[in-house]
Design a protein around this ligand. Structure first.
Ligand code: SF4
Ligand code: SF4
Length: 394
C-alpha cells in the first residue's frame, strides 16, 4: 500500500469529496488555524490541516486509512475560524462518507443508499416485500399452517377455538418479520466484520507510517481493554462537550444513542421471550419492557427531530443527501413506531397496521444499510477512538 498511499493523487476522489459536501476543500491555503482551533485534535500530528492538504491533493488512500478522520466529531469550531471559508469540518465529514463507501462491501449497496435517484426503487422493493408478507399473514393462515405443521415450535393446538386464528395471525406476523430481520442482522454483522478487519489493519499501518504510534503490531487483548475505556467516553459524549460551536448537538445525539440502546434491549428480550419462553407480545402498558420501549421511542422522535431542526437552522454547515437520508429514516422509525402504538391503543386496527407497515420499512432501511450509510460512523468512530486509545494517541 505504501507507494500508492503516499504518491497517487486521485482526481475522482476529489470530485467525490466535493459531491459529498466538501466542495470548499480547494479554498484552503494551509494556514493551520483549524488544527490550532480544534479542541480535540492530538498535539502530535494534529488534524484537520494535514487532512485538508491530503484532500486537495486527492490522496485517497492516505486519507481513508487514517484513524484521525474519525476522531473529528464535526463540531464546526475549525470551520468557524477558518479565514478562507474552507470548512474543514465539512470536508472531513465528506471524507468519512467516502471511507464508509470504500470499506463496505458489496459496493452497489453503498452506491444505492447514497444516490437519491435510487430511493424510490429501494423503498418500492421494501414496500412490495412487506405487502406480500401482510397478504400472507392475513389471508393464507390455514395454508401456511399446513406447510409449517412439521416445525416443532409452530404449534398452537393448545389455543381455544376463537384464539386459534389470532394465534395464527400473530405467529405469521412475527415469523415473517423475523424471517426478514434475522438474515438482515446476520448480513450486517458479516459486512461489518469484514470491513472492520481491513479498517483496523489499515489505520494501524497508516499510524505506523505517519509516526502516530510506537506499536508495531496489534494486540487484540489490549485493543479490547482500550475499547472498555472508550465506551464511557462515548456514552457521556465527552468529545462533543469539548467543542464550542455546535455544542447543542450533544443532547439530541445522546438521546438518539440511548434510545437505540433501549430499543436494542427491548428487541433482544422480546426475541428471547417469544422463542425461548413462548411468551409473545403485545405486553401490558405496565410491563417494564413496555416502559423502556415507550421511553426509548419518545426519546428517538425528540432527539432525531431536534437533530433535523438543528441542521435546518445551521445554514453554514453542509448537509449532504446521505446526512438527510439517515436523519429522516431515524425520525421515521421513531414516529411510525409511536403512531402504531397510539393507533393500537385507540383500537384503530387498520390505521395501526398501516403505520406498522411504514415502521417495518423504516427499520429495514436503517438495518440493511447500516454498514453503508452515515449510521456506520458509530462503528468506525468507536473503532478509531479505541485504536487511538490503544496506541496512546492523546
Ligand atoms: S482549512 Fe482553513 S484554517 Fe485550516 S489550514 Fe486551510 S485555510 Fe487554514
Ligand atoms: S470539526 Fe471540530 S472536531 Fe472536527 S476538526 Fe474541526 S474543530 Fe476538530
Amino acid at each position: 500500500m505504501t507507494e500508492k498511499y503516499l504518491a497517487q493523487p486521485d482526481l475522482d476522489f476529489i470530485a467525490q469529496v466535493r459531491e459529498l459536501g466538501g466542495d470548499t476543500l480547494k479554498k484552503c491555503y494551509q494556514c493551520a488555524t483549524c488544527s490550532v482551533a480544534c479542541p480535540i485534535a492530538p498535539e502530535d500530528s494534529p488534524f484537520p490541516r494535514k487532512e485538508m492538504i491530503a484532500a486537495s491533493w486527492g490522496l485517497k488512500d492516505k486519507l481513508i486509512t487514517s484513524g484521525d478522520i474519525w476522531l473529528c466529531h464535526h463540531c464546526g469550531d475549525c470551520t468557524d475560524l477558518c479565514p478562507r471559508g474552507a470548512a474543514p469540518g465539512d470536508v472531513l465529514s465528506a471524507v468519512r462518507s467516502a471511507a464508509i463507501e470504500d470499506y463496505a462491501q458489496p459496493k452497489f449497496l453503498a452506491q444505492a443508499v447514497n444516490d437519491p435517484s435510487k430511493l424510490p426503487f429501494i423503498l418500492g422493493i421494501q414496500a412490495v416485500w412487506f405487502a406480500i408478507f401482510a397478504f400472507i399473514t392475513m389471508n393464507a393462515g390455514d395454508f401456511m399452517t399446513k406447510v409449517f405443521k412439521y416445525v416443532p415450535f409452530f404449534d398452537w393446538s393448545h389455543a381455544h377455538e376463537g384464539e386459534h386464528v389470532i394465534a395464527q395471525a400473530d405467529f405469521f406476523s412475527t415469523w415473517f418479520v423475523d424471517m426478514t430481520f434475522v438474515p438482515t442482522a446476520i448480513f450486517v454483522v458479516a459486512v461489518f466484520f469484514l470491513s472492520l478487519k481491513k479498517f483496523i489493519t489499515d489505520i494501524h499501518e497508516n499510524a505506523m507510517l505517519e509516526g502516530k504510534t510506537d506499536k508495531t503490531s496489534i494486540d487484540y487483548k489490549e485493543l479490547f481493554q482500550a475499547l472498555l475505556r472508550v465506551v464511557p467516553i462515548i456514552l457521556k459524549h465527552q468529545k462533543f462537550n469539548e467543542c464550542t460551536t455546535n455544542k447543542d448537538r450533544a443532547t439530541p445525539h445522546m438521546m438518539v444513542l440511548y434510545s437505540f440502546i433501549g430499543l436494542f434491549i427491548v428487541t433482544s428480550i422480546g426475541f428471547v421471550l417469544l422463542y425461548i419462553f413462548h411468551a409473545p407480545g403485545p405486553y401490558s402498558q405496565l410491563n417494564p419492557l413496555k416502559w423502556l420501549a415507550n421511553i426509548s421511542g419518545v426519546a428517538l422522535v425528540i432527539g432525531s427531530g431536534l437533530m433535523i431542526k438543528n441542521r435546518m437552522a445551521n445554514e453554514e454547515q453542509k448537509t449532504a443527501y446521505k446526512d438527510w437520508y439517515i436523519l429522516w429514516v431515524v425520525f421515521g422509525l421513531g414516529a411510525t413506531g409511536m403512531l402504531t402504538e397510539m393507533a393500537r391503543l385507540a383500537h384503530l386496527a387498520g390505521i395501526s397496521y398501516f403505520f406498522y407497515f411504514l415502521h417495518l420499512i423504516a427499520i429495514w432501511n436503517l438495518f440493511l444499510f447500516l454498514p453503508f450509510s452515515k449510521m456506520a460512523h458509530l462503528v468506525y468512530r468507536t473503532t478509531a477512538m479505541t485504536y487511538a486509545e490503544y496506541s496512546n494517541r492523546k
